[in-house]
Ligand binder design. Structure first.
Ligand SMILES: CSCCC(=O)C(=O)COP(=O)(O)O
Ligand SMILES: [Mg+2]
Length: 225
C-alpha cells in the first residue's frame, strides 16, 4: 500500500533525546517560577494553573504549583499543562536567540524529500503544538514548518494509546494503512499499529530500546527514498 502521509515523533526520532533533556527541559525549569510570576495574569497561564490544580486535586499557591511543575519536569511527565507551559517558556528562548531547534542532519533532507514526493507530513509529539512549531521553525537548516500539514500533541491523547492514532487518522482523513508512523518508542509504535498505521522504529543511538516487532532504521536516509 502506498504511503500517502508520514506522522513523526520528535524526541529520539527527528531530534536528539539529549537536546530535549539537557537543553530544553533545564531551560524551562530554570525560568518556570519567574515565568509564572511574571505572567500570572495571562489567561493561558491561569488555565495552566487551573489544570495543574485539577490533576493534583488541590488548591495550590503559585509557588506550590511551581513545585509540582518542577517535579513533573524531573519525572518527565507528559501532562498537558506542563507541556503547554514549557512551550510558552521555550517561545521566549527561541525569540531571544537563546535556543536553536535541534534536528538530525538527515531530518531536513528527508522531510523535503517526502514532501516533494507528494506525501503529507504531520507531527505527533508530547511537546505542545506551539513547542513543535518552535523546534521546527528555528533549526540550523532554516524554518521547516512549511513542510508540515498538521501538528498533534497530548490534547488528542497519550502516545501509547491507540485511540490517539485513530483520532489523528480521522483529523487527517486518511486510512491507517496509507500512513507511516515514525518513533523511537516501541509502545508508541504498538499503539499506532493497533490503530492500523504502518510503523518504523528509529534507532538513533544506544538510548533507543529496539522493538523487533517493528521495522527499524538508524536514520531517515533509506526511509521512503
Ligand atoms: C517539541 S520538542 C519537546 C518535546 C517534549 O517536550 C517531549 O516531551 C518529547 O516528547 P516526544 O513525544 O517528542 O518524544
Ligand atoms: Mg520519541
Amino acid at each position: 500500500m502506498a504511503i500517502r502521509a508520514v506522522v513523526t515523533d520528535i524526541e529520539g526520532t527527528t531530534s536528539s533525546i539529549d537536546f530535549v533533556h539537557h537543553t530544553l527541559f533545564p531551560y524551562a525549569k530554570k525560568r518556570l517560577r519567574a515565568y509564572l510570576r511574571e505572567h500570572a495574569g495571562d489567561t493561558a497561564v491561569q488555565q495552566v494553573l487551573q489544570d495543574v490544580e485539577g490533576i493534583e486535586h488541590a488548591d495550590l499557591s503559585l509557588d506550590e504549583a511551581a513545585d509540582v511543575l518542577e517535579r513533573w519536569i524531573a519525572e518527565d511527565r507528559k501532562l498537558t499543562p506542563l507541556k503547554t507551559l514549557q512551550g510558552m517558556i521555550w517561545g521566549e528562548g527561541y525569540a531571544a536567540g537563546e535556543l536553536k531547534g535541534h534536528v538530525y542532519a538527515d531530518t531536513p533532507d528527508a522531510l523535503r524529500r517526502w514532501h516533494a514526493q507528494g506525501r503529507k507530513l504531520y507531527v505527533y509529539s508530547s511537546g505542545s503544538v506551539e513547542a513543535q512549531k518552535l523546534i521546527f521553525g528555528h533549526t540550523e537548516y532554516g524554518d521547516l514548518t512549511p513542510l508540515f500539514s498538521g501538528y498533534f500533541d497530548t490534547r488528542i491523547g497519550g502516545k501509547r494509546d491507540a485511540a490517539s492514532y485513530r483520532a489523528i487518522l480521522q483529523h487527517a482523513s486518511l486510512p491507517g494503512d496509507e500512513v507511516l508512523f515514525l518513533s523511537d518508542v516501541g509502545e508508541e509504535l504498538d499503539a499506532a499499529r493497533e490503530a492500523g498505521m504502518q510503523t518504523l522504529q528509529l534507532i538513533r543511538d544506544d538510548k533507543a530500546k529496539p522493538f523487533a516487532a517493528h521495522e527499524q532504521a538508524k536514520d531517515f536516509s533509506a526511509v521512503l527514498p
